[in-house]
Design a protein around this ligand. Sequence first.
Ligand code: 6PG
Length: 252
Amino acid sequence: MDDQGMEVKIARDLEDLSEKAAEFVLRFVMDLLKGQESVSIALAGGATPKFLYERLAIQSIQQKIPWSRVHLFWGDERCVPPEDPDSNYRMADATLISQVPIPMENVHRMPGEKAPEAAAEEYEKTLRAFFGSSPEWPRFDLVLLGVGADGHTASLFPGSPALKEKKRWVIAPYVEKLKVHRLTLTLPVFNHAALVLFLISGREKAPIVRALLSSVPLQIFFPAQMIRPVQGRRLFFLDPSAASLLDQGRGG
Ligand code: 6PG
């Protein structure tokens, strides 16, 4: 762990990345549950985490996790119904939720089928019901995030007014680049997590990864760089392609 509360793991390939990440999540969850009743995890969307979810669902791992003490949330969601092929929920349900004995009341889905603003307000109520309304910000035990080649993370895209949100926990920004609304947790929510685990694969991410992991203070110019937990840490699981522009010796 370096002084920026950051740790980097470079896997042999995407399969190894998913195996290592699953083993880490298992250990992390089991350690936490020694000292607390339940664990809150915000899932990421996209393609990379799919393999992690599949890994967590294999018998040898899932049988070690007391799923009734695990609460799943989403870091972001597309504004589509849960059965839509684009739905982050659908992907997590197919690869993990439907494969493990987690009580459905522990699965806190973002209502992508609803009107964006109403969905954001509803999900904020869901979070406040779980974390309590008194904290200014919820503190997720674990947040999984991916990164796009443009440096977006969750549904926080470069140049978006969403990056300036300082009060709300959940918003529904219009994403100019995609011409759609999205649901997303806000930067302060991510930055109040205890641990943010980035899962990054693909050569097109390499320039972003290099900037993300740079020890030289860079001007902040893309969203994934703005994820800096105030009292938490960042862990990066990279495949070799995503790590290909890092200087040698980075990452265990
Ligand atoms: C989404 C994710 C998004 C994703 C990145 C990386 O809903 O698509 O929130 O931020 O994590 O686009 O996606 P890959 O892991 O598929 O490259």
